[in-house]
Design a protein around this ligand. Structure first.
Ligand SMILES: Cc1cc2nc3c(=O)[nH]c(=O)nc-3n(C[C@H](O)[C@H](O)[C@H](O)COP(=O)(O)O)c2cc1C
Length: 357
């Protein structure tokens, strides 16, 4: 029988539906998708990975273009949310502009900042606005312990909630090429157990909960119920939200996933140094061994050396999100091949809540 999911308390607010729509750059989760999730009582998340890609000065001054676009996207998401749900912004630590973006977000009318793709150790020193909830994304109990200890030592602040991302997620993954080659990757519920072991003693000491949201391969209502039974407070999901009318990507991007089979979903190399997961588009297939020199650079990722990178990830993601996925990169979680139709966020959230009739 369908179980109704319970609300979760985050800081001094309540998230009615314990589902966070994961941030998806570049341009896949902006105001349309995030506001639709908010209207259903979940947390909508705008990705701060190059939101200014359509601004005319993006290639001259990407930071200004990104901050201008973020201001706009946040204002639209808030006004379209009908006062429901919560609004988060996802900022990747691997992004060169992440500190400037955190500083900018400190004064924005948002509910939360969620940061991963690296350790967000400086986040609470830069975002000091107590109205903004701070959440790291971790892929192990060890990372959760390190972040909590550094945050507490430097600022007496602890995470307001934690997102755990397991190896079935989309986008950049928190696992190394070597770990993939060895196989034997930890399952999401195993990482959850490790993180719970790290978090529970801290919760007992401070007398408040640090809610945990599990991400990576969560697909059905039953998946959510199972993770909650294992101690998670909610989930973060991204791939399923791509196959919605409201997802901000071009229809051709969504169609690439609708057309994909299981064997089309592959590990991709990324200038970040970490592997990613995406669809084996002709662009990705041709990357095997071939170098595509970047012709212009917006200085996006700290670990990227434009002279040595196999391709420009910003160009590849902009190409696909703008409507030409065969010549670009389409990130997806491991379950992307299961998507078979486009639905509204309302229909998807009803299904995930177990309220589908
Ligand atoms: C298209 C796409 C883009 C993503 N972009 C980002 C990003 O910019 N920053 C980030 O932290 N995670 C990113 N992710 C990861 C998601 O936020 C999410 O945690 C993960 O995909 C969850 O797994 P699922 O897709 O199986 O639900 C991306 C995922 C996808 C599918």
């Amino acid at each position: 029988m369908a179980t109704t999911l319970k609300p979760v308390v985050l800081g001094n607010r309540t998230l009615d539906v314990p589902i966070i729509q994961g941030g998806m750059g570049i341009g896949v989760s902006l105001h349309r998708l995030s506001s639709a999730v908010m209207r259903e009582g979940g947390m909508g998340v705008i990705s701060a990975a190059q939101p200014g890609y359509r601004e005319s000065d993006f290639y001259q001054n990407s930071l200004q273009a990104n901050l201008r676009a973020l201001t706009h996207e946040i204002a639209l998401a808030k006004s379209m949310s009908e006062g429901k749900g919560m609004l988060g912004v996802n900022v990747m630590v691997a992004g060169k502009q992440h500190k400037e973006i955190w500083e900018f977000l400190n004064t924005q009318p948002i509910d939360a900042i969620i940061s991963g793709a690296g350790l967000p150790l400086d986040l609470p020193q830069i975002v000091t606005n107590p109205a903004i909830l701070l959440a790291p994304i971790v892929s192990s109990g060890k990372a959760a312990r390190l972040i909590m200890s550094v945050w507490e030592k430097r600022t007496q602040r602890l995470p307001d909630f934690i997102v755990i991302e397991g190896p079935l997620a989309g986008g950049h993954l928190g696992i190394s090429k070597e770990e993939i080659a060895k196989g034997n990757l930890p399952e999401l519920h195993e990482i959850l157990r490790d993180v719970i072991d790290v978090v529970r003693p801290v919760e007992e000491r401070i007398g408040r909960k640090i809610p945990i949201f599990c991400a990576g391969g969560v697909y059905t209502h039953q998946d959510i119920v199972d993770l909650i039974e294992q101690g998670s407070d909610g989930v973060q999901m991204a791939t399923r939200f791509i196959a919605t009318h409201e997802c901000d990507a071009h229809m051709n991007f969504k169609q690439t996933l609708l057309d994909a089979n299981q064997e089309d979903i592959v590990y991709t190399i990324s200038p970040v140094g970490l592997p990613g997961r995406g669809v084996n588009t002709p662009f990705v297939a041709a990357l095997n061994g071939e170098l595509r020199r970047a012709t212009r650079c917006v200085n996006c990722l700290t670990p990227c050396n434009p002279l040595a990178t196999p391709y420009c990830i910003t160009e590849a993601l902009i190409t696909s999100v703008s409507g030409d996925p065969q010549h670009g990169l389409v990130f997806t979680g491991s379950n992307g091949y299961r998507l078979d139709k486009i639905v509204s966020v309302h229909e998807l959230m009803d299904e995930l809540k177990g309220e589908q009739r």
